[in-house]
Design a protein around this ligand. Sequence first.
Ligand code: GTP
Length: 415
Amino acid sequence: MRILVVEDSQVVSRVMRHLLTQELNCEVDVAPDMHSAKALLAENQYFVAITDLNLPDAQEGEIVKFVLAKQIPCIVLTGSWDAEQRARLLQLGIVDYVFKENRFSYEYTAKLVKRLCRNQSVKVLVADDSVVSRKFIRSLLEQHLFQVIEADDGVSALETLSENPDIKLLITDYNMPRLDGFGLIIKVREQLSREELAIIGLSSDSDESLSARFIKNGANDFLQKPFVHEEFHCRVLTTLDALDMVTRLWEQANLDYLTNVFNRRYFFNMYEEKLNTIAQKKGSLALALLDIDYFKKVNDTYGHDVGDEVLIEFSSRLQQSFSQHFTVARIGGEEFVVGFKGLNVEKAYVLLDSFRMQLEATPIATSKGLLNITVSTGVTEFTLDENVDALLNRADIGLYEAKANGRNLVCIAQD
Ligand SMILES: Nc1nc2c(ncn2[C@@H]2O[C@H](COP(=O)(O)OP(=O)(O)OP(=O)(O)O)[C@@H](O)[C@H]2O)c(=O)[nH]1
């Protein structure tokens, strides 16, 4: 990803380069004037341009129109606060107008670029029966690079949501035919929590109680129409940042910090519930306990960091082999589990033995060279009246047998 900074002050361009490369994996080109900016724009594709308005060879902000004409998102970073100019440039379609006040202005700009990068993968559904209003909101969202989908009433919004489960944000009007904004939110919240789908309510109705009612019905936020561009963007960004924070907290609580597979806590919580459902439906489940062989030797010979590299690569191979259909978790130092929901122990055995052979045949690349790694595995099948501990204990008996019989084996433990 390439970013263009058009800025005649070397101090500012150096600060921006530093902050941008800290936040993102990107290349930063700096143009000190309009002439060199044009040359760089002719040569390269830019994700975004951050431009000053007063350049030695173009003092009236000419650079902005030039950048926008090339369909490149433009953030204005200026030392002169001019309310009229700001309103005009926002109208033209710049992403934001940032006043160079202090170091926070530069940090804000770098964070904004990071958000633009994230926004490209965020789907937003706009539900509004007014075409004009829908198109206006679409244009605001597209300035910030969101993927936008439209629905012209509550019923079609519901259909679109079920067809696109990856929509992260719903922006809905209140007055709509067939199903209004409240009805839509109530129906959506029967299935999706505030953390799974954020909702912002909109209305031009003068009824002051609407905002509270929207939020009580399950919206994350509310905006009164007409609104100014910046307020709209601030609400959208704050709502999505909150969603990101919840996701990060969830990941910290449920993913293993080293390997990024599910951790012990997630596995136990999820499997207590899962076993109840499987027992009720009389379904099948096989559970495997995998333990890397002689792992202590890897640490002792090559150091703890290389041990970590082995754990990371081993987890990644487990995920590649099983995560699409089954659950992979790290439950101890070099101990992993795989839950094979829907499989009996014989079928799980075949998959696990093939994984074992592939691991043996493909050494792991580490900073100290290729290492031959093998794994021992115990696998067992769920019987309808037991809990996770009992199931794991039985898988552990299989694992013990695999270790005792020379390692690099998969052993089935029968109940
Ligand atoms: N590098 C690294 N090592 C870890 C981590 N967690 C646990 N270990 C190490 O894993 C090793 C486990 O050793 P043992 O339980 O003796 O097992 P082993 O050497 O694999 O022997 P067998 O299982 O009998 O084949 C210990 O040396 C722990 O310090 C970790 O996060 N990173």
